[in-house]
Design a protein around this ligand. Structure first.
Ligand code: AMP
Length: 412
């Protein structure tokens, strides 16, 4: 069965068509600047990339073009829309409603919309993707896969904030955690690579990309993660500050005369690697500048690694140790210098990086020494595979599949 995986952002639409039986990606691509006359569309089949610059009015138009590319032209991979058995949508916020992926019906759509208050850009974009698919493929079952669902098993002592309890009740202010699909994939994959049952392992997963988060997965159950009420919390990221003294927010608003929106913009878009180095949010550029002796770039680099280290330490304390530490995403998969800095000095705690293995690139691999008590593994993350797999499992769970058009009719 072919499953179309859709990851809709506010002005983008990423997709993959996956044959779930062979786990082969038949086609993938990205529409950028959706909603603008200067749209860009990239469609990739095997290693052949076609890039088209064209207006992309909205998500529906972008999806229509994507489907045309799947169906026609030299790189067509299917002959009819019937060959798409289901669609899996990445949805950022599932709040407390969704503890796992869900078959999309009107009730699920209404809940995603309700939760848009907590993640306005992201959930509205996912809804645009869902509506676009619904318009073009009304008979095809769809599944929502939530970034937050994996962390719904965290205990209250992890997800509650020490502020008046009424704000949890009134606004749902608590830690939700994000990147859940990635952390779930990484923890399952780590157990597979080690040939162990995940229920026997204490795993720390580090998703270090432009957005960064670390999670503690104790015998298969996620018990804490660094992102919180929003994806701003936790680690220092490309442009996001991560955790800071909350009093800095009110201090700066008062002294700089900033509105809530301006403050939000500073913490989300002007902080992190970019804010400290003044050079870039891209770690490669910060690394090059630090190698050339730029002091703020060196500082940014040291802060990034030190903050990662502190989270790993916290989670080891929570789980009375760790068996595996996984590194993933752009930085975790590719940056040997950052990995070396994060893992310097852990020998007394039984974590020993193998310097030679750390230099290898581009595939799943164990990079700790054979005598390290804790395995360090680099795993390229694959959120799309997880979304496709969940979609397949959910539609088979609901063997009496009701297409979305029929569900709609029930509500008319
Ligand atoms: P992602 O969000 O997963 O695409 O990751 C983006 C981040 O990964 C950026 O900060 C990039 O600078 C970083 N990155 C990608 N490739 C490399 C590399 N070869 N060395 C260091 N950092 C890299």
């Amino acid at each position: 069965m072919n499953i179309l995986v859709i990851n809709a952002g506010s002005s983008s639409l990423k997709y993959q068509l996956v044959d779930i039986d062979t786990n082969k990606v038949l086609a993938r691509g990205l529409c950028e600047r959706v909603g603008s006359p200067d749209g860009i569309r990239k469609h990739v089949v095997d290693d052949n990339e076609v890039r088209v610059e064209q207006p992309l009015k909205d998500h529906t138009e972008a999806l229509e073009l994507v489907i045309n590319s799947l169906l026609s032209g030299e790189d067509a991979v299917i002959e009819s829309l019937d060959e798409i058995g289901a669609v899996g949508h990445r949805v950022v916020h599932g709040g407390e409603y969704f503890k796992k992926s869900a078959l999309i019906d009107d009730e699920v759509i209404a809940k995603i919309d309700e939760l848009a208050e907590l993640a306005p850009l992201h959930n509205k974009a996912a809804l645009a993707g869902i509506e676009a698919c619904r318009a073009l493929m009304p008979e095809t079952p769809m599944v929502a896969v939530f970034d937050t669902a994996f962390f719904q098993s965290m205990p209250p002592k992890s997800y509650m904030y020490p502020i008046p309890y009424e704000y949890y009740e009134k606004y749902g202010i608590r830690k939700y955690g994000f990147h859940g699909t990635s952390h779930r994939y990484l923890s399952e994959r780590a157990a597979d690579i080690l040939g162990e049952d995940i229920r026997d392992l204490r795993i720390i997963t580090c998703h270090l990309g432009n957005g960064c988060s670390i999670a503690a997965i104790d015998h298969g159950v996620p018990i804490d993660t660094s992102m919180g009420f929003t994806p701003l919390d936790g680690l220092m990221m490309g442009t996001r500050s991560g955790s800071i003294d909350p009093a800095i927010v009110t201090f700066l608003m008062e002294h700089e005369g900033l509105s809530a929106e301006e403050m939000n913009n500073i913490l989300n878009k002007q902080s992190g690697l970019l804010g400290v180095s003044g050079i870039s949010n891209d770690l490669r550029m910060v690394r090059d500048a630090s190698n050339a002796g730029d002091e703020r770039a060196i500082l940014a680099y040291e802060m990034y690694s030190s903050i990662c280290k502190k989270y790993i330490g916290q989670y080891m304390a929570l789980m009375s140790g760790a068996d595996v530490i996984v590194l993933s995403a752009g930085v975790g998969e590719n940056c040997q210098k950052m990995r070396r800095m994060i893992f310097t000095g852990w020998q007394p705690l039984g974590i020993i990086l193998d310097q030679e293995k750390n230099k290898q690139r581009g595939f799943e691999r164990i990079i700790s020494q054979d005598d390290s008590d804790v395995a360090i593994i680099v795993i390229p993350t694959d959120e799309e595979y997880m979304i496709a797999r969940d979609t397949y499992e959910i539609i088979h769970e609901n063997s009496q599949i009701v297409p979305i058009s029929a569900v709609q009719n029930e509500f008319v």
